[in-house]
Design a protein around this ligand. Structure first.
Ligand SMILES: Nc1nc2c(ncn2[C@@H]2O[C@H](COP(=O)(O)OP(=O)(O)O)[C@@H](O)[C@H]2O)c(=O)[nH]1
Ligand SMILES: [Mg+2]
Length: 214
């Protein structure tokens, strides 16, 4: 069996579609919950925690590896989790990239049935320029977004409260400016303890947003 054939088989049995360009996006038959953020912020880890499947989305210690958009089937047959390419790092060099990839751009511009975008921010770093650019982008396209502060296990309780307060100030500023709904940030530690209560409250929040309850 060739490498390509093996890859295809695995893709089918795991219930996901990997797209390198807009042409490969699935037909818009399900609503989508998209995960955006810098490379290495914890997108794939959070998708695994929310999917309750440890190895659905591939995680990596090396930033900047994923350049595809992955559409993962979820517990709910009417939804996809969409893992977007991380921004901020070029693959080969460790140079900072200053914009989003073509396929990310296409994803937001092609009128996908997006229910909500989770914008992941490393709780220790806070918002960077590219994160703010992403917020502008989401507001511009009038897409609902929820900020998730990742790797909360790396900070003390007190530092988490401070980081959440700072993130909320940023969220309110953007939401006010665009007349957007301001959802409070949720801090998660999806890596070490995926059954974390915060992951469960995030799960409730995102389903409430896509179902129009919040
Ligand atoms: N301590 C800690 N590490 C995490 C957490 N989430 C992700 N990581 C680690 O961060 C690295 C990047 O995670 P990954 O999900 O691949 O990030 P992605 O590039 O955004 O998809 C991996 O080594 C993960 O194990 C977390 O909540 N806490
Ligand atoms: Mg990833």
């Amino acid at each position: 069996m060739t490498q390509v054939a093996k890859g295809k088989k695995r893709q089918k049995s795991q219930g996901y579609i990997a797209a390198a360009s807009a042409k490969q996006f699935p037909s818009p038959s399900r609503r989508e919950i998209a995960f955006a953020g810098r490379s290495n912020v914890g997108k794939s880890t959070l998708i695994n925690a929310l999917s309750k499947r440890r190895n659905l989305a591939r995680t990596s210690k090396t930033p900047g590896k994923t350049r595809l958009v992955f559409f993962y089937e979820t517990e709910r047959a009417d939804l996809y989790f969409v893992d977007l390419p991380g921004y901020g790092y070029a693959k080969a060099s460790r140079d900072e990239l200053t914009s989003f990839s073509r396929v990310t751009d296409d994803y937001f511009k092609s009128g996908r049935p997006i229910g909500v975008v989770l914008l992941l921010i490393d709780i220790r770093r806070g918002f960077g320029d590219l994160d703010l650019q992403m917020l502008d982008y989401l507001c511009h396209f009038n897409i609902a977004w929820q900020v998730v502060l990742t790797k909360a296990d790396k900070l003390s309780r007190q530092a988490i409260v401070k980081a959440e307060r700072e993130a909320m100030a940023m969220i309110e500023k953007y939401a006010d400016q665009y007349g957007h709904k301001a959802y409070a940030p949720i801090s998660v530690a999806a890596g070490p303890s995926p059954r974390d209560l915060a992951v469960q409250s995030l799960e409730r929040r995102i389903y409430n947003i896509v179902d129009g309850i919040e």
